[in-house]
Design a protein around this ligand. Sequence first.
Ligand code: DC
Length: 227
Amino acid sequence: MRIYNVAIDGPAGAGKSTIAKKAAAALRFVYIDTGAMYRAMAIYFIEHGIDKNDEKSICEACKDIDIEIKYDAGNVQRVFLERVDVTDRLRTQEVGDMASAVSVYKDVRKKLVDLQRRLAESQNVIMDGRDIASVVLPNAEVKIYLTASTEIRAKRRYDELIEKGIECDLQVVMNEIEERDWRDMHREISPLVRVPEAILIDTSDMTIEEVTQKVIDLVKNEMAKDI
Ligand code: DC
């Protein structure tokens, strides 16, 4: 049976994980959240008091860090760090910043890219991240670049935090998003880029349902070519 790989890249807050998760459920594909893997590595460095600029210690630690991806009964991805499920601790600002900072290092990326490729080898997947179409799955059948204006992305992140009861300032959230975009797009290894063949979807004025349907249609069209 033919295996289909769908790559979704884009900046923080564009809606990648929400959309990818829903589209994967509808298509019965496995959703792989690669940002969660960088975040799990980040938790390791935070817990071990390793400074984000200490490249030597970070690369040394990469050899030993044990990261595993499993799926629960509802097909939701769970990330295990040193055999402990850290999924519910991944989505804090501190962990996101650390993930962005350490994702610039070659050894961190190599470890996770190998794991990501293994997961996509044997099953239909929708994988989201920053370098999926450009590096991880360059032969993906469908490549999508999801984006939205900085203002909209900041507002979405702000609403999410407020909903969780976390007090914050919209301007501060916006500054953090801009800083993270800049770092993700300008790092030396595997920066966030839109590969020429990726289909651009600007989600600024679209609902989650509209974007999800668009992704589903793109995948179904691709699969129909093989029938
Ligand atoms: O998508 P996210 O916010 O969970 O990702 C957290 C950080 O991890 C992001 O700022 C950069 C890094 N990352 C990466 O470098 N490559 C990926 N494929 C996914 C995430």
